[in-house]
Each structure stands twice: as structure tokens, then as C-alpha cells.
Unconditional design. Structure first.
Length: 211
């Protein structure tokens, strides 16, 4: 690789033990003949009222803890998971809330919980990323503990409006707008179904504002 220019933030580190800094990079640039552009850190105000400097570590921590709304503030856009639809166990459909299960590309997975968001669909990764049509949805990331304690983690999307075709073998892009609640274990399917209905109504209200 022979770059003409390398752009990094002022807190960038690299190399063994992350001992290299932007100053190290600038020295390398002078030796190897490429330009180094250092971008000043920017600050954002989170929903908590706290003002913080934007960094990749901060954004990863927000996503990993379920703070997708604040992550979107830092990113300038909603955090997106993309992946292919895979077969599920069909429990959502039995409860009256059919879902599309997704196997994401290697990405940071938001904390387990229920979220409001938008879905885009396509026949390939490229087409899903360029799709202009988005559908409001409720997302679930969890292990369906109501149905057992040893279930694998599932990433699911329930479409809240619009006519949706068969999603088998399709690609999905899930844009996370807001965390609704943490995962819960219910005593019965009836209780779970009632809670999902509440989650969907809450998601609709959130997404109507985002529209």
C-alpha cells in the first residue's frame, strides 16, 4: 500500500502496544512520502446532558450498552446492522408477531434488549445498502428465556407497517433508533405477547417522531 494521504483523529494510536501516535505517523509520512491529516476531536451533547469528545471507543461502548440513540448523535446517523435473513424457530409468528431473524456481518452487536428502528431490504448487501424504502420495526436481541435458558442469541425484526414480501434469503439493514427496554423472562406466552404488543406501540410512537 502506498497512500497519498492518511487521515486520523488526534487520539489515534497504532502498532505494538498501541505505542505509535499521530506524531509517529507524521514522521513515517515524511519518510515514506505521504501526507498525514489530523482531524481535531469534536464534542457532542448526549441525551444525559453530558458533553463528551467523540471517539471510536466511546461509540463502541454506547452501542454495546444499548445507548443507540446517543451513538447516533455521535455518528451523525443511526447505528446499522446488516446481514442475511436466516430461519428462526417461528415463535414470533405463533405469538402474532412474525419476525425476520438476521445473521449480521462481523459488527458490534447492541446490548440485548428491545429497540425501535427502521429496516431496509434487498437481494444483496449492495442493494440493501442503497434501498430507498424503509419500514418501521421493533427489534429484539436476546435469547428468548421465556422458552428456555440455553437458547442462542437471536437478532429479530418485526415490521410494524407496510406490506412485506417473503424475506427468506433476503438481506436486511437494521437502523437502531432507540432502546425501549431490557430483555425479560415471562411466566407465560400470554404475558410475553401482551408485552410485545406494548413494545410495538411504543416503537410506533418513537418512529413516528423520527419519520
Amino acid at each position: 500500500i502506498q497512500p497519498g494521504i492518511v487521515v486520523e483523529g488526534e487520539s489515534f494510536n497504532f502498532g505494538s502496544g498501541r505505542t505509535g501516535s499521530v506524531h509517529t505517523l507524521q514522521k513515517l509520512g515524511a519518510e515514506k512520502g505521504f501526507e498525514v491529516s489530523v482531524i481535531d476531536s469534536k464534542e457532542v451533547k448526549l441525551s444525559t446532558g453530558q458533553t463528551v469528545k467523540i471517539s471510536s471507543t466511546m461509540i463502541r461502548n454506547l452501542i454495546g450498552s444499548g445507548g443507540v440513540a446517543d451513538a447516533a448523535i455521535a455518528l451523525g446517523r443511526p447505528y446499522r446492522l446488516a446481514g442475511k435473513v436466516i430461519p428462526g424457530c417461528g415463535k414470533g409468528k405463533q405469538l402474532g408477531f412474525p419476525t425476520a431473524n438476521m445473521k449480521p456481518l462481523p459488527q458490534i452487536i447492541p446490548a440485548e434488549g428491545v429497540y425501535a428502528g427502521f429496516v431496509q431490504m434487498g437481494d444483496s448487501f449492495e442493494s440493501v445498502c442503497t434501498s430507498k424504502q424503509k419500514f418501521p420495526a421493533a427489534f429484539s436481541i436476546g435469547r428468548s428465556e421465556t422458552f428456555g435458558s440455553d437458547n442462542p442469541q437471536a437478532i429479530e425484526a418485526h415490521i410494524l407497517a407496510g406490506s412485506v414480501e417473503d424475506l427468506s434469503s433476503k438481506w436486511l439493514a437494521m437502523d437502531f433508533i432507540k432502546h425501549i427496554r431490557s430483555q425479560m423472562k415471562f411466566d407465560s406466552e400470554k404475558e410475553l405477547s401482551a408485552q410485545i404488543a406494548k413494545d410495538c406501540e411504543k416503537a410506533k410512537k418513537i418512529l413516528t417522531k423520527e419519520g
